[in-house]
Design a protein around this ligand. Structure first.
Ligand SMILES: *Cc1c(COP(=O)(O)O)cnc(C)c1O
Length: 367
């Protein structure tokens, strides 16, 4: 895609009411996930006549949209999730941000929305991180970035909108799960599915999450942290969690993960783990893995470890799996050796304490 460079000129209007330093530092002492937001946001407009235009960095504020805006009726909305880290030397970095830009466009195509040129996506993210750089926590925390796009045309007919807003907001975060790095308990959803062949499972769209929430409530009411979905056609194959991919570590040094068949979100963490595990000498096999096999392998001890992964929680060991017929534990219900090693490697690379042999880490100042 050719990029009109004028489009990349962000008008920067700093907030006149930024949060007081003392309030921000107090909030940093008790970071949750996605509850605290920075002072600014990036906003870019698109319409069918002008394309992308009017790029701004400005004070974070509510949008005013028409009650007939198509996103409110037909859910044309996509998003990304990525993190900025403060390295020990003070640099602020992003992990494989161009992968987020590419995936955002794949999601856009699936939802009949306009693509955001990669340079524009990266510039919006980088400019926001620069102006809100004091919001990037040190140590364990990070600045979670949420690029998203939604349809704003006031029109109730059913067709793709002719107007969109692309926006990036940022939220300083601590650990995703309240238990920190404690292994999670999963609930296997036997009724509900997340994505069907030919559907939108591989797109990062709000609608997929809307469809997963009832299943997630069921998981919570059963005392579980997260729901794990089976495939829609046979209710047999393990797919993924509501927002994380899954891996299974076997006693013979193989690692199994469900293949990207169109119903699974192609996680950037997933791709990175496949590469790191392979370099660690494990044999990664992308193949369908059934729930029945999972339960049998856990009981026989063939399955040593299992974990879920994604940007928000990074790598979370799966300790217990609960379903309508009972439950089983994996290994000793703790965090397995390979899981721990992969988590440390990945978080180390992201935080700049482990050498980045892949060119995955990008300095925000260079974008
Ligand atoms: C975002 C997401 C993931 C994880 O992707 P990452 O790029 O690793 O953050 C996994 N599954 C779903 C459904 C997601 O939305």
């Amino acid at each position: 895609m050719t990029t009109d460079t004028a489009m990349l000129d962000f008008t920067i209007v700093p907030s006149t009411t930024p949060m007081a330093e003392s309030d921000r530092l107090r909030a940093f002492d008790n970071l949750g996930f996605g509850t605290l937001f920075t002072d600014h946001m990036a906003v870019v407009q698109w319409d069918a006549d002008k394309g992308w235009h009017h790029a701004e960095i400005k004070a974070r504020a509510p949008f005013q949209i028409d009650p007939a805006a198509s996103v409110l009726h037909y859910a044309q909305e996509i998003f990304e999730g990525m993190k900025a880290y403060k390295a020990q030397d003070g640099r602020i970095t992003l992990f494989r941000p161009e992968e987020n830009a590419r995936r955002f466009n794949k999601s856009a195509i699936r939802m009949a929305m306009p693509e955001v040129p990669e340079e524009l996506f990266l510039k919006a993210v980088a400019e926001l991180v620069k102006i809100d750089s004091k919001w990037v926590p040190e140590g364990e925390g990070s600045l979670y970035l949420r690029p998203f796009m939604f349809a704003t045309e006031a029109f109730l007919g059913v067709r793709p909108s002719r107007q969109y807003i692309f926006c990036v907001i940022a939220s300083p975060v601590g650990p995703y799960f309240k238990g920190g790095s404690k292994p999670v308990t999963l609930w296997v959803s036997e009724h509900y599915t997340r994505a069907a062949p030919g559907g939108t499972g591989a797109a990062k769209c709000g609608g997929n999450y809307a469809a997963s929430l009832l299943a997630q409530s069921e998981a919570t009411s059963r005392g579980c942290d997260q729901v794990v979905f089976l495939d829609a056609a046979e209710h047999k194959w393990v797919e993924e969690l509501g927002g994380m991919n899954v891996f299974f570590v076997m006693d013979d040094g193989t690692v199994v993960t469900p293949p990207l068949s169109g119903t699974i979100l192609p996680g950037i963490t997933r791709g990175s783990i496949i590469q790191l595990a392979t370099e660690n000498g494990l044999k990664v096999i992308e193949r369908p893995y059934s729930f029945e096999e999972w339960a049998n392998d856990a009981r026989s001890g063939k399955l040593r470890e299992a974990f879920a992964c994604g940007t928000a929680a990074v790598v979370a060991a799966i300790g217990t799996v609960r379903h309508s017929g009972g439950e089983f534990v994996i290994g000793n219900a703790g965090t397995g050796m390979e899981t721990e090693k992969l988590r440390n490697q990945l978080t180390g690379i992201q935080r700049g304490t482990v050498a980045d042999g892949h060119g995955w880490v990008k300095d925000v100042a260079s974008l």
